[in-house]
Design a protein around this ligand. Structure first.
Ligand SMILES: [Zn+2]
Length: 327
């Protein structure tokens, strides 16, 4: 089955050769061992000063990372895919699929032409914020060290943020609401022409972490036809007593999948790891253990068709919709 992990960070700028066994949780050998067929690698841009200089540096970094990710493919056994058709063709040919996306709308600065440029570089989504508010939206986690005065700066999306979503829609990039405040996320769902996605999230009903989404947010994702990708990050999955090491496992992740599916239906739920960006849990510590997650979900009663929807079918449907609404 086409197993697609929708959020994997990479080390930058000193990036190890991903064709060899590395210290990273995801490299090509681990993907082959674990049966992970497709990976969305992220051009992650940490936030600096929100001025012209900071924005220019952020844009340059995102572009360089996107070029690097594209260069991970050889067009043969490893194919860079920029559309659902290319992804499905790569899978059919037995090739590993390499995809890219940008994390943190900070790298957009105030430049509404950035989404079209990223699209030309092969990226297919933008995570609107990271931790800390930016010019687009409020973050779920505000950072005083970045100058955030409190949990809200814009009351959700800024006016520029609404324009930014329009530019993403026109370019055919998916709008990723992971990291965005609840208000910003709910507004983005309404403003975006295409269904929103949360590429790495979890259910607050089971673990009340600000990076997760609550049941109202899950309902909104269903309402707009989007998808919530449950991710393998321990702190989002399981609350631990103070000072105790988090021992979240694939069973905890399966609990979150069960909750989301019960609430909004199998067609609006998916899977991701956040590997090399904080992700990794007992049973799915790196890409080589991908089959363990599939087995844990199968044991819960998800059949082949359901597993295929969770692993890529739903996400591909939403991505196709975004491209059909572009232009
Ligand atoms: Zn993230």
């Amino acid at each position: 089955m086409l197993t697609l992990d929708t959020h994997i960070d990479i080390k930058w700028p000193e990036t190890p050769d991903w064709l060899t066994e590395t210290e990273q949780r995801v490299d090509y050998p681990k993907m082959l061992r674990g049966g992970l067929r497709a990976a969305v690698f992220i051009a992650y841009v940490g936030q600096g000063k929100r001025d012209a200089e900071g924005h220019a540096a952020a844009a340059a970094r995102a572009d360089a990372m996107l070029r690097h990710i594209q260069a991970r493919a050889d067009g043969d056994t490893r194919r860079f895919c920029t559309t659902p058709d290319e992804l499905e063709a790569a899978y059919a040919a037995g090739a590993t699929a390499v995809l890219s996306a940008v994390e943190n709308g900070y790298s957009m600065g105030r430049d509404l032409s950035a989404p079209a440029r990223w699209r030309a570089l092969g990226a297919h989504y933008l995570t609107l914020t990271h931790n800390g508010h930016n010019d687009i939206a409020d973050s779920a986690i505000h950072l005083p060290k970045l100058g955030d005065a409190g949990p809200e700066e814009h009351g959700g999306l800024s006016a520029f943020g609404r324009d930014a979503i329009g530019a993403l829609n026109r370019a055919g990039l998916l709008v990723d609401v992971s990291h965005v405040s609840k208000k910003g996320m709910m507004q983005a769902a309404e403003v975006s022409r295409s269904p929103i996605v949360a590429t790495h999230t979890a259910c607050r009903a089971l673990c009340d972490h600000p990076r997760g989404i609550d049941d109202e947010q899950l309902d909104m994702i269903r309402q707009v036809g989007g998808v919530a990708q449950i991710t393998a990050l321990d702190a989002f999955l399981k609350k631990m007593p103070q000072g105790q090491k988090n021992d979240a496992s694939v069973e905890d992740m399966a609990n979150h999948v069960d909750h989301a599916v019960a609430r909004i239906g199998i067609e609006h739920v998916g899977l991701s790891s956040d590997f090399d960006g904080g992700g990794g849990i007992a049973g799915w510590k790196d890409a080589s253990e991908t089959a363990n997650l599939t087995a844990a979900l199968a044991a819960r009663g998800y059949d082949q068709a359901a597993l295929s929807l969770l692993w890529s079918g739903n996400y591909i449907r939403v991505w196709r919709r975004a491209l059909s609404l572009a232009g």
